[in-house]
Ligand binder design. Structure first.
Ligand SMILES: Nc1ncnc2c1ncn2[C@@H]1O[C@H](COP(=O)(O)OP(=O)(O)OP(=O)(O)O)[C@@H](O)[C@H]1O
Length: 274
């Protein structure tokens, strides 16, 4: 429900209840509950194949749940979600895929949503501002296929930001991204979160975003096995001076039957399991 002042009246930004998703013959999500309150920055963690991408794609309405419900900003997905207030950065897509286009054009496409097929007034300024937020103000006219992979990822983040979203959903935004792009991304997120942005972000490691994360949700085999404090980073594992005195296990308070390593030896590749 949206109130006259545009707020959601205390509704969670994301409210996932009892969601099951089947993909082909696979029962990928098996009764997931996930709530993200306005202003929270929630990291979605878990081994490869645990269902993280499937969950965020369900959250943004790309995949329909076979059971359960998803509400965004107080609106049921599939109904009347104000998509213009939601930004989504999908996993591993190239900004240069498809027809040749400049960084500005890709970013401007983020202003098209729902039934809006024409760019709104002032789109150039908004696209320039979004590119500036990711440190690419001087590359607006550059064809995206001439940008590095990290810069292309920043263009996609700018495409999500150009809407000035209240809720930003990102699927591994810095995977395989060069160091300057990671730092630019972390600086942008710090500023936006300071302004009240709500974030749900799939990550393999907390990395540069560690200080921003307010809560971590860990998936395993399509179920939530931890929802609470983010894991403490194991500092400098590969540093020469690192002293291996701590136990290499997750320090998370997990449910009794499950232990999840987050980058440690307990980490398993779900796809490798029978
Ligand atoms: N289109 C599909 N059809 C059938 N199974 C699928 C499909 N897409 C994904 N899966 C399976 O669903 C499971 C979860 O995949 P998902 O991509 O959500 O995991 P993930 O946690 O995001 O993994 P990663 O960290 O590798 O991105 C995997 O076992 C995957 O093989």
């Amino acid at each position: 429900m949206t109130l006259p002042d545009g707020s959601t009246g205390g509704s969670p930004a994301v409210d996932v209840r009892g969601v099951h998703v089947h993909l082909g013959a696979s029962h990928v999500l098996r009764g997931v509950d996930l709530t993200v309150a306005p202003g929270e920055v929630v990291a979605l963690l878990g081994a490869n194949g645990s269902g993280k991408s499937t969950l965020v794609r369900t959250v943004v309405g790309v995949l329909p749940p076979s059971r359960g419900t998803v509400d965004l900003l107080g609106h049921r997905v599939g109904d009347h979600v104000p998509w213009g207030r939601v930004g989504y950065v999908p996993q591993r897509v190239s900004a240069a895929a498809g027809v040749p286009s400049t960084a500005r054009e890709v970013v401007a496409s983020g202003l098209l949503h729902g039934r809006r097929l024409r760019l709104p007034r002032g789109w150039r300024g908004r696209a320039a501002d979004a590119l500036d937020q990711v440190g690419l103000a001087d590359r607006a006219d550059e064809p995206t296929n001439r940008l590095s992979g990290g810069q292309q990822q920043r263009v996609l983040i700018a495409r999500a930001l150009v809407r000035s979203p209240e809720l930003l959903v990102l699927d591994e935004p810095v995977a395989g991204v060069d160091r300057p792009s990671q730092e630019a991304f972390a600086a942008t997120m710090t500023r936006l979160v300071g302004d009240g942005l709500t974030v749900l972000v799939v990550l393999h490691e907390l990395g540069e975003l560690a200080d921003l994360i307010t809560r971590a949700v860990v998936l395993r085999h399509g179920r939530v096995v931890h929802d609470g404090a983010p894991p403490r980073p194991h500092a400098a594992h590969d540093a020469a001076a690192h002293d291996h005195v701590h136990p290499h296990t997750s320090e998370l308070p997990l449910r009794s039957d499950t232990r999840v390593g987050l980058g440690g030896p307990l980490d398993t590749d779900e796809e490798a399991r029978p």
